[in-house]
Ligand binder design. Sequence first.
Ligand SMILES: *[C@@H]1O[C@H](CO)[C@@H](O)[C@H](O)[C@H]1NC(C)=O
Ligand SMILES: *[C@@H]1O[C@H](CO)[C@@H](O)[C@H](O)[C@H]1NC(C)=O
Ligand SMILES: *[C@@H]1O[C@H](CO)[C@@H](O)[C@H](O)[C@H]1NC(C)=O
Ligand SMILES: *[C@@H]1O[C@H](CO)[C@@H](O)[C@H](O)[C@H]1NC(C)=O
Length: 492
Amino acid sequence: MTKCGLLFACVLYGFLFLSLAAPESASVTGVPGFNGSFPSKHYAGYVNIDDVNRKNLFYYFVVSESDPSKDPVVLWLNGGPGCSSFDGFVYEHGPFNFEAAQAKGNLPKLHLNPYSWSKVSNIIYLDSPVGVGFSYSKNASDYNTGDLQTASDTHAFLLKWFQLYPEFLSNPFYVAGESYAGVYVPTLSYEVVKGIDDGTKPVLNFKGYLVGNGVADEEFDGNALVPFAHGMGLISDDLYEEVSTACKGNYYNPPTATCQSKLSKVDEDLQDLNIYDILEPCYHDNGPKEIVDTNIRLPSTFRKLGETDRPLAVRKRMFGRAWPFRAPVRDGIVPTWPELLNSLSVPCMDDDVATSWLNDASVRKAIHAEDASTIGSWELCTDKIRYDHDAGSMIKYHKNITSRGFKALIFSGDHDMCVPYTGSQAWTKSVGYKIVDEWRPWFSNDQVAGFLQGYENNLTFLTVKGAGHTVPEYKPQESLDFYSRFLAGKPI
Ligand SMILES: *[C@@H]1O[C@H](CO)[C@@H](O)[C@H](O)[C@H]1NC(C)=O
Ligand SMILES: *[C@@H]1O[C@H](CO)[C@@H](O)[C@H](O)[C@H]1NC(C)=O
Ligand SMILES: *[C@@H]1O[C@H](CO)[C@@H](O)[C@H](O)[C@H]1NC(C)=O
Ligand SMILES: *[C@@H]1O[C@H](CO)[C@@H](O)[C@H](O)[C@H]1NC(C)=O
């Protein structure tokens, strides 16, 4: 936004920050692969977050196509840990749909995405923590990080970012993310609220947050798979009865050898499914079937992940945006995806469209990302970082923030087996809030798009029927619908 919609606010913020408008040097006026004109302004670049000029976080900012001066500002985060938020930009709800290049070496063609979340919000895609995507530090010791450091760094980013874009400071502000960002989002929201309490400047107009198929709590998430598999008809009634009796509901920490052996039978039934969407086929290759040399059992589904059915299906295989099932996130050092898979050459390593586009020198130049010669190639998920899950369960964070009047939408693609909806449904209920909108269908395009349950304190749990792990990738129209209604404060 170079012209101010809100003159008064502009003058006021200009006075406070001695800056009148978004930095022109960050402006993105075109990108290779796209011929048309952008429906709204785009900006991208680095924000340095420390005094010694080491840590540089990369963002891509898409201004709203509706009413930039009033629409919310949303920060989007993909998970991993170690995965770039360009996953969301390229494959989920970014301004473009990417059409895979016909010939190898050509760039993908870009079309406008009719369901871009920039239709109703100003949205920032942030590569976080440093070491991920295009973000980097001049000192590699910064790649040793964890939940608490990441939340504090991202908060520092936000304070600086809003100083660069002061005209957006009065807009409602939300944080959103998916998968391991189920940890990033509440820990960051907590930092933001603490900053507001402490009088940190600038004051962020924080309103709430959204989490999709997010990691939340090791026990709830770890216990979610067996009931999911039973409800979806993937294991027999008999096996379900045996495994529940043997484990007494404790699948996460198998109490006995009998429980353990029943769980192995469950794994056998599930291992050839696409864990990101049990309805989708798997990508088959000629690689070895089992991954060896790791102490976490990984299903063979990791090596042959599925295709999606979008009109412009770009992703042949999915890798690394989530957590392996039966290997729920536990406290301590989280192995990165490449680490989990590094014993063999990994055929599912990259996502071709994003990787070819973001590693093209002309694309990097257009979006103001550093050269590969300086910071290396862009990878969907990196093993550069060493990451400590040091914030524990997220339930205490959700409780704290929602009880203070900030609203939360916990959404879940109900065919995802990676972070199954059964876990998210159970932990949201466990918060203990009164039900104010009892389990009911919600609609998109006159069809049932999923189900929701509303709790007091504006906490909502919502399923998206038929969607996999990365919800907007599978159900773009339905996703834009619930997203718009949530942000507008309307019933979903
Ligand atoms: C953009 O224009 C070029 C040259 O006119 C053409 O080859 C290319 O196919 C166009 N791309 C798209 C996405 O329309
Ligand atoms: C990198 O940071 C670490 C920790 O702050 C410090 O001990 C080390 O000297 C730094 N290295 C360089 C090359 O600046
Ligand atoms: C939330 O956390 C803050 C900071 O630790 C604490 O002061 C406050 O009492 C907590 N609020 C609730 C409702 O738990
Ligand atoms: C829920 O959010 C609305 C605004 O969207 C607010 O007016 C209301 O007070 C909130 N309710 C609670 C219980 O926090």
